[in-house]
Design a protein around this ligand. Structure first.
Ligand SMILES: [Fe+2]
Ligand SMILES: [Fe+2]
Length: 474
């Protein structure tokens, strides 16, 4: 199925045949464009950006690359193809046909899941809106904008579900999604990590590596939903998400590569001397990693959660790779290990598996995140520098759940408040670290040139050369 680009809102959901829905979305569209003008990438209205636009949901050739002015980007609504005879695959309704309409008794929980997911999409655009002013290259600038427009499209995806399936309260929620603001004292975004600042490009790459990966795991569990339109929407969003994580992994990797090459070339390993070369030292990269890893841990929610149990039992949100798991997909009586602080130590206890689903998803995520950290370590190894990056313990620096009541170091030891005060800046970026990284952020816009602190990528986007003019300023 291809998308009809003649329509005001590109879509593969036969919008033209539903006048009421079409009108509701056409009413929301200018509000979205106002939001984009207000809160989208700063100072970029007239730039032509070499962007990927989704034009179909076919695995081959789903995207089209061309120069676009971002305000004219065709944000559309695409659902992955329906699976014939799809069933609810878990929970109390296991085996029943998947729902094509919202089951009345689960309406408010389902809406809440969609709104929570939807809220993260514009939030990250808001968090990243200043970064274009300090881009390390045109290639990176283009990648930032690609992530931004696709987060915009993900907002459209959730707004479509709200408008199409939730009537008046769905429309109100869709408007509220454009009213909350990341970091706003009075009307913040829903989840903590989406109210943090993304002040520099190291933070941006860490965010896209760690936090967009949380997005992947949330989307994967929603892609298992018994509510079929949500499942299909999320499945298509995942195709775009892969690039966001690539931007993060390769971005951090290129910073590491540049730092290590210079460390070897100049025979320095003292962080101050590395900084004197205008490069980001590896311990600072580790502290940023600790920060982004830990705020992302909190996005999975409380370790033991009755909401998580409800979402699962009612068939709304499954586990990662639900249908590939060889158990009964109901989980009554099953248990799962969770952490607790007892007598000054972290101990593992068994919780009902249904209540520990946030923890299970967090563990699945951690496995995936660790693999990329090892790929970064390979880059360090290959350069000959003796240093290893490490993920902190999943209990480190938590703000949500029972672990937030204790101070836990990156190795998983419970430490006193005094120790934490004394040592936390060994573990987390200080104001001085952030100020140093900020001091490196300039603006490089000559095709093929890269800021001193980052290596060029191995290859360009869509088979274009690295020195391609990915953004044209007019
Ligand atoms: Fe997204
Ligand atoms: Fe993303």
């Amino acid at each position: 199925m291809t998308i009809d680009y003649a329509e005001k809102i590109p879509n593969n959901v036969e919008l033209a045949s539903n006048r009421t829905l079409q009108r509701a979305l056409e009413h929301w569209q200018p509000e979205f464009q106002h939001w984009w003008a207000d809160m989208g990438p700063e100072g970029t209205r007239t730039a032509d950006v070499y962007l990927r636009t989704a034009i179909s949901v076919e695995p081959k050739g789903w995207a089209h690359f061309d120069y676009v002015k971002m305000p004219d980007y065709r944000w559309g609504i695409f659902l992955a193809p329906a699976e014939a005879d799809r069933k609810v695959n878990f929970g109390a309704h296991k085996g029943e046909p998947a729902w094509q309409e919202v089951p009345g008794e689960y309406r408010s929980n389902l809406r809440r899941l969609i709104v929570t997911q939807g809220d993260t999409e514009p939030a990250s655009v808001e968090q990243q809106r200043h970064l274009g002013l300090t881009c390390p290259s045109l290639y990176d600038l283009r990648n930032l904008f690609q992530v931004n427009v696709e987060e915009g499209r993900h907002l459209w995806a959730m707004v479509y579900l709200l408008h199409a399936y939730f009537g008046r309260d769905g429309r109100e929620e869709a408007e509220a999604l454009l009213e909350r603001r990341s970091g706003d004292a009075d009307n913040p975004r829903i989840l903590g990590a989406f109210n943090e600042k993304t002040p520099d490009w190291l933070a941006f790459f860490m965010f896209t590596y760690f936090t967009d990966r949380d997005g992947k795991y949330q989307l994967c569990s929603l892609a298992e939903s018994g509510f079929d339109p949500l499942a299909r929407t999320c499945r298509f969003m995942l195709t775009e998400e892969a690039h966001h994580m690539f931007v993060g992994e390769s971005g951090v990797g290129r910073i590491i590569q540049r730092t290590c090459e210079a460390m070897v070339q100049h025979k320095v390993d003292n962080p101050a001397k590395v900084r004197a070369l205008g490069l980001i030292d590896l311990p600072t990269i580790q502290r940023y990693l600790n920060f982004h890893f830990s705020v992302t841990m909190d996005l999975f929610g409380a370790d033991v959660s009755s909401n998580a149990a409800t979402f699962y039992s009612t068939g709304l949100k499954g586990r990662f790779d639900e249908t590939k798991i060889g158990d009964d997909h109901v989980l009554t009586g099953a248990t799962y290990p969770v952490l607790e602080v007892r007598e000054g130590k972290l101990v593992t206890t068994q919780a009902p598996a249904l209540n520990a689903l946030n923890e299970k998803l967090r563990d699945d995520y951690v496995k995936d995140a660790l693999a990329g950290i090892e790929r970064w370590n390979k880059l360090i190894d290959r350069s000959g520098v003796a240093f290893r990056l490490k993920a902190p313990h999943k209990a480190f620096n938590r703000r949500i759940g029972p672990l937030s009541s204790a101070r836990i170091d990156p190795d998983g030891n419970v430490v006193s408040e005094a120790d934490w005060t004394h040592r936390h800046l060994e573990w987390l970026p200080s104001e001085a670290d952030r100020a140093f990284v900020a001091s490196l952020m300039g603006r490089v816009t000559e095709p093929g040139r890269f800021a001193n602190w980052i290596a060029p990528p191995a290859r360009g986007i869509n088979n274009q050369p690295v020195d391609f003019e990915y953004v044209r300023f007019n």
